[in-house]
Design a binder for this molecule. Structure first.
Ligand code: DGJ
Length: 546
């Protein structure tokens, strides 16, 4: 019966901790009379939580392909979302569809998506494809595209228009504010269920190519004027004399910093207007620069919220709740570096786009281990044009969903528990690093050893592909929630004179945030550590020393 007793003890603690954070969330929500309070981002001791229905929520999402948010293609999106066990769909609202004529808004597609999301029991993050989409203005309505002299492009140093909008164009800004406000107002009016939990303002703002920034007359005038004091402060330029121009203050990086300032200023006005209509959490996403390379020469999308200009964006765009990295690196060095750079003090970490297939899917655990409020790979739906060479065996369409589905089948049933424990600073989660078969997690008196490719008592060699992942959360002084895939987890006392013993290793599963005991593991299942394979396995573990 010891297992049963332990289960009650551990469970009691979960309830207790849960009650505490619910009380905290409740206090924060006291001003919200609605049955479903507006989702919001909260911060405590430098950690963040996205509160949905008043409790921390972990976005385990998928972002649709760019042209999938149409009633015609939605069935192919939902099929993937259901197979993935995702709890959130990120999908665009296209300005060109939303405002086909100036001032005439078409809510039909938006309403369809919201209705269908409710039927599929998932939340939504809408992506406002407004003035910027991947640095261009391709989603502006036709009535804007036909009048480039009114809705102007950025121009290069020779005055030639480039494939990017001007952040100094007042007509575009006013139109974007008008449309985005209509979108947010409509959500406030039609979504008391809070199906939509967050909105992305624009998409990967910035400018690709050698122009680096807008050189229009207005831009040039400001570029050759004094840098605003808030920008100097944000960038720690305390040694710059007052009145210094952008070039004088920032040298080679003046174009990038000026671009960031000008775009952040524009986005701030769009976001602030939308937020005034409906204060949902808002974020911007970044097309990253390679964080292992120097900032100059500039080989990245310039002016967007790349890591080197985050302070400018933070200072100039306070209506934006967080700045999110779109991570398309597949190596752990750059991936983990980006998590450090964006999970910085003052910025909640959220990965709204990343690679969700192959061994890169293991980084979902690194993202959670960095305290993120959510993770959402890009392009996980069935709308892609099938590509199969004549005569080849039937394609592997479902395979691209499998690694993320594995993550979500395991994590989604306990996502509220993980989100709460992460907000309390009790979670550590890691992904396997190529050529490194062992990692150690420090839980004070306990060292948790995660190893990969281990078999019985043989030395761990690493998996053939780096696909291992593990998550450990502290439930009590000597009690832990342990889970993972393709890994082994074991405990060592930090005191080398003491040996660890397992008191109970309970296997169970979470349903609605509650751990349901199934059996106790012992013998071969625990003698060399706790082993995780390809199927969901969740353990509550109690350890002691002798
Ligand atoms: C980043 C963009 O934000 C997405 O909309 C999409 O275009 C992806 N790149 C990949 O194609």
């Amino acid at each position: 019966m010891r297992g049963f007793n332990f289960k009650m003890t551990a469970f009691g603690k979960i309830l207790c901790a849960g009650a505490l954070s619910l009380a905290l969330a409740g206090a924060l929500a006291a001003a919200q009379p609605a049955a479903h309070p507006i989702p919001r981002l909260v911060q405590k001791d430098g950690r963040y939580a996205l509160l949905v229905d008043n409790a921390p929520f972990l976005i385990l999402g998928a972002q649709s392909n760019n042209s999938s948010a149409w009633s015609f293609t939605l069935p192919e999106v939902w099929r993937a979302i259901d197979e993935l066990h995702a709890n959130t769909l990120e999908t665009p609202i296209y300005w060109e569809q939303f405002e086909p004529q100036p001032g005439h808004f078409d809510y039909s597609v938006l309403d369809d998506i919201v209705k269908q999301a409710r039927q599929h029991h998932v939340h939504l993050v809408f992506l406002w494809f407004g003035t910027w989409k991947n640095g261009s203005q391709h989603y502006m309505p036709v009535w804007m595209k036909l009048h480039p002299q009114r809705y102007t492009h950025a121009v290069d140093a020779d005055g030639r228009p480039v494939d990017s909008p001007s952040p100094f164009c007042k007509a575009s800004l006013d139109a974007d504010i008008h449309a985005f406000t209509a979108l947010m107002r409509h959500l406030r009016q039609t979504d008391p269920q809070r199906t939509v939990i967050m909105v992305q303002v624009e998409n990967e703002t910035g400018l690709y190519g050698p122009a680096l920034r807008d050189h229009s007359a207005e831009a040039q005038k400001l570029f050759n004027s004094a840098v605003p004091a808030d920008v100097l402060n944000a960038m720690g330029k305390t040694d710059v004399s007052p009145g210094a121009t952008w070039r004088q203050a920032f040298g080679d990086l003046a174009d990038v910093d000026f671009g960031a300032w000008s775009i952040a200023r524009y986005v701030q006005q769009v976001a602030a207007a939308g937020k005034a209509a409906y204060p949902l959490p808002l974020y911007v996403n970044a097309a990253l620069r390679d964080p292992t390379k120097p900032e100059f020469p500039v080989t990245y999308e310039s002016g967007g919220p790349t890591d080197n200009v985050i302070p400018i964006w933070k200072a100039i765009a306070p209506a934006i709740d967080l700045i999110a990295p779109d991570i398309y690196f597949s190596d752990s060095k750059r991936y983990l570096k980006v998590l450090d750079l964006y999970g910085r003090p003052g910025n909640a970490l959220f990965v709204p786009e990343t690679i969700g297939f192959g061994d890169a899917a293991r980084f979902a655990f690194s993202v959670i281990g960095h305290g993120a409020i959510g993770y959402s790979p890009f392009g996980l739906d069935y709308t892609r044009a099938p590509f199969r060479l004549p005569g080849a065996a039937s394609g592997s369409r479902p395979d691209f969903l499998f690694p993320t589905a594995q993550n979500y089948r395991l994590l989604e049933p306990m996502m509220r528990v993980i989100a709460r424990l992460n907000f309390e600073g009790k979670v550590q989660a890691v992904a396997e690093l190529r050529g490194q078969p062992k990692q150690t997690l420090d839980f004070g008196p306990w060292h948790v050893i995660v190893s990969y490719g281990a078999f019985r008592n043989r030395v761990a060699k690493g998996n053939r592909q780096p696909i291992g992942r593990a998550l450990v959360a502290q439930l009590g002084p000597n009690e832990f929630l342990v889970t993972g895939l393709y890994s082994r987890v074991d405990f060592e006392s930090a005191d080398p004179s003491r040996h660890r013993q397992y008191l109970a290793v309970e296997q169970g599963s979470y349903r609605k945030g509650i751990f349901h005991f199934e059996r106790i593991l012992n013998g071969d299942q625990t003698d060399w550590g706790l082993n995780f394979g390809s199927e969901p396995l969740v353990l509550h573990v109690s350890v002691a020393t002798y």
